[in-house]
Design a protein around this ligand. Structure first.
Ligand code: GDP
Ligand code: GDP
Length: 434
């Protein structure tokens, strides 16, 4: 459902506003900044539009926001909302943290309306003007405690609501392009989007069309995650993009199904490439490796083979990923990436029947005797797949702790040998059963 977040530094009146909209006192209002509140949601209906309002401490911007962990969480929480009420305190005036929130919203290309709160009477209305310094076109002065202008605020939100069935996001394969700076991520995305072979669906009025791109190719539907972040490198935000760059790509990876990991052919495989791509895989995303700028190197059989060998060695952990040689400049092989993505996605969403897994478990124990602990042999009872994207399995066993790394690896290898899962990370958990 279209989700509206209330964002702002502590004590500007977020909970009070939430309660006002919800029409009942359910969030805890406190004069002390930084009181931890449980996250509360409320489904609102206004002008025939339904949307969800979130009251969450995740949007409470604090002085320690710049600490890495906080920032990561903060960014992740931002993605939960499609639109924001950016709340500031009209009694206190513009605060440095307000500027930070404002910049983050702009970087994220999240639409918002600036509401100046605590404008309880005419006298305080003059305070509103100084907030234009934040560079917004429109401000709604409100009083959360007095219920002033709340209707106008809701009108504004309703105008921006895009109801969910307009976007079939769930059925699409979500792709993210990753790689260290200058490997050609923006060039590749721009090349794809410029060409007519790819049908880009404009989705008016959403934030998502600017942050993510919806498109079709060969009858398959995709979403390219965080396109805007890569397409636009405006001077204004360049520093911040650099600074937050890691976190941006981190949450883009979280939202994606498949990563396309770019490598610069003119530079060879660097440690940084390995790190960036390993991050995506460790987050549970299969990776298509695309060696870019192939137009710019002396290409012959030998160089291709050298890359293949080097990739096989340095990206062994990817479990035999698809490898392509492309050029974002000429367009060579850039559509083959989608074939590779489709193949990985098939493996990524594959389900194996429990009966087959149990047969495998029997074979495993025959091939390789399980260890003995406290004079009792480790016994595997059964195995079942509990999830996809990435595929996740649970093995029930009498002594989970006794199943050591090498035996666990053996089981994963057997899973791959029997069922494929090429290029896909697998999660196998061991749970105790007496
Ligand atoms: P939050 O930390 O942003 O969630 O802020 P709260 O909702 O807890 O409000 C902080 C303080 O500001 C409380 O004492 C509220 O009563 C007060 N407050 C909230 N809205 C208004 C308002 O419209 N006018 C005035 N004068 N005070 C307000
Ligand atoms: P990003 O930082 O990963 O988004 O990389 P960019 O797309 O900004 O590309 C960095 C530089 O590499 C730019 O100067 C591009 O023109 C160049 N570049 C990107 N792709 C190719 C390619 O396929 N061939 C060649 N020769 N240059 C490329």
């Amino acid at each position: 459902m279209f989700t509206v977040g209330i964002i702002g530094r502590p004590n500007v009146g977020k909970s009070t506003l939430f309660n006002r909209i919800a029409g009942r006192r359910i969030a805890i209002v406190d004069d002390m900044p930084g009181v931890t509140r449980d996250r509360i949601e409320y489904i609102a209906e206004w002008q025939g539009k339904k949307f969800k309002i979130l009251d969450t401490c995740g949007y409470d911007l604090r002085e320690d926001l710049l600490k890495k962990e906080m920032l990561k969480q903060f960014y992740a929480s931002l993605d939960e909302s499609d639109f924001f009420i950016f709340l500031v305190d009209g009694k206190e005036g513009v605060h440095p943290l307000d500027e930070i929130v404002c910049n983050i919203l702009r970087e994220k290309e999240k639409p918002f309306i600036l509401a100046v709160n605590k404008i309880d009477n005419e006298k305080s209305e003059a305070n509103v003007l100084e907030f234009y310094a934040l560079g917004v076109d429109e401000i709604i002065p409100i009083s959360a405690t007095h219920g002033k202008n709340i209707d106008e605020l809701l009108d504004k939100i309703a105008e921006n609501v895009v109801e969910d069935d307009e976007i079939d996001a769930e059925s699409r394969i979500k792709i993210v392009v990753v790689g260290r700076p200058n490997v050609g991520k923006s060039s590749l995305i721009n090349k794809w989007l410029k060409e007519e072979r790819l049908i880009v669906t404009p989705i008016p009025g959403t934030t998502r069309d600017s942050v993510d791109t919806f498109f079709e190719y060969n009858d398959e539907k995709y979403i390219l995650i965080d396109t805007a972040g890569l397409r636009k490198k405006s001077v204004m935000f360049k520093d911040r993009i650099e600074k937050y760059g890691y976190y941006r790509s981190y949450d883009a990876i979280e939202r994606a199904d498949i990563a396309v990991g770019l490598i610069d052919a003119t530079q060879g495989v660097t440690e940084r490439d390995v790190k960036v791509i390993a991050d995506a895989y460790e987050a549970g995303r299969p990776v298509v490796i695309a060696v870019n700028k192939w137009d710019a190197v002396e290409k012959d059989e030998k160089l291709g083979n050298k890359f293949r060998r080097e990739i096989a060695e340095k990206f062994k952990f990817l479990n035999n990923p698809p490898v392509l040689f492309i050029s974002a400049v000429t367009g060579k092989n850039i559509y083959k990436i989608f074939d590779a993505v489709n193949e990985l996605y098939k493996e990524y969403t594959k389900r194996i029947q429990t009966s087959k897994l149990n047969k495998l478990l029997e074979e495993v124990q025959m091939k390789h005797q399980p260890p003995v602990v406290r004079n009792r042999r480790v016994k595997f009872y059964y195995m079942t797949q509990v999830g996809v994207k990435p595929p996740e399995f649970v093995v029930f066993v009498n002594y989970p702790d006794a199943v050591h790394f090498s035996y666990r690896r053996f089981i994963v290898n057997q899973l791959r040998e029997s069922f494929g899962f090429r290029g896909v990370p697998l999660i196998v958990n061991y749970r105790k059963r007496g």
